[in-house]
Write a protein that binds this ligand. Sequence first.
Ligand code: FAD
Length: 415
Amino acid sequence: MTKPESAVYDYDVVISGASLAGSAAATLLARRGVRVALLERRSDPAAYKVLCTHSLTANAYPVLEELGLVPELEKAGAVRNEARWHTRWGWIHPKAAPAGPALPYGYNVRRSTLDPLIRSRAAETPGVDLLLGHQVTGLIREAGRTVGVRASTPQGEREIRARLVVGADGKDSAVAKFADVPSQEYENTRFGYLAHFRDLPLRDGIAHTWFLEPDMAYAFPNDDGVTVVAVVPDKKWLPAFRADLEGSFLSFVRDLPEAPPIDSAERVTKIIGMVDHPLRSRRPTAPGVALIGDAALTSDPLWGVGCGWALESAKWLAEAIAPAATGTGDLDRSLAAYARGHRRRLTGHQKLAIDFAKARPFNPVERLIFSAAARDESLARHMHLFASRLIGPLRFLNPVVMAKAWVVNLRHRGA
Ligand SMILES: Cc1cc2nc3c(=O)[nH]c(=O)nc-3n(C[C@H](O)[C@H](O)[C@H](O)COP(=O)(O)OP(=O)(O)OC[C@H]3O[C@@H](n4cnc5c(N)ncnc54)[C@H](O)[C@@H]3O)c2cc1C
């Protein structure tokens, strides 16, 4: 007698990686009745991603709300992320229109605060088994389909079988590699270093981004009075920068227009960075496999979009596959719907990021829209919606907006 299908599997879904994407997906799937094993190679429940400037764009807000994390984030001191951006035409500072609705916002919140919070939300959700110290080391494949994972665990090697394996294991995704998912890689010709500071006042107490064409810099206020400062120069400066890392970092910040007073601030973390961070796009599904977060698409950190998309892609996946993951629908069709939605929503954004990662000055379209946004409040708000990833490139650069930008600049010249 053959076993019923559900008895063949230990879980409906196995997720590799319990960071933002994995923990969000586990919670949202389990709430829809899916039995989830959430595997994390690190054994500390409070582990967090160190290399991040942790500014969560406003597209993340609905997912944080659905996860029930907004009150806890506010209580933990997460900072609503209003920002001003320096350009050669002056500052762009998106503000709500008089008598208009408040601008959508996300949060600046350190990963040491966010990651344990979202992971414990997953762990306390009925239907999720959080398995710490479990590193996925291979996939179980049958008839060309993935039906589970092999993992090294504190108790030794283990196999876990499931209808679906989800790779939420970051930019170097082990699941993507073991499933032979095709990946495209694009050069990033900037490098970046960051550190956390206390007692670093910022004008209006809000986040600052400097577009220095091609270099970039950031200062984001976060929970507990900590400000993360990051510099992202053209790679041609790397050898000289590294020769005196601390001196180069501080002098880069000192030279910024309206520089924050870095010399009187207290540095509370090491200066850490990445010298090579290519962008990556992978096909988000394979038979029996789905990828979410950085595993599916790694963008340029300079746009601060990865956390928001990690959370959003977890939600898109849960919505697309939950019934089928429990065995009551067509899993392959659900996976195809997830893949289509992922591509439709993110491919355009990624194309712009790939082009901007060439460490070039603004192109003519960027010059038009950034200069006009520095001069016109409604265009500044429009830019905020794009930077928050609440609208895509087609709406951002639609002909009406471009015509308006052109008129704004013409009037400015006339004045
Ligand atoms: C310098 C820098 C600055 C950034 N700043 C921002 C920012 O300001 N805003 C923003 O939105 N994004 C930012 N990002 C991007 C952001 O950090 C990522 O997009 C985000 O962390 C992706 O989340 P994730 O859950 O997909 O993957 P990750 O956070 O990378 O998590 C992957 C998880 O998988 C686990 N794992 C890996 N392999 C295995 C395995 N084999 N088995 C089990 N577990 C495994 C890891 O331990 C980890 O917990 C930045 C990135 C960099 C590099």
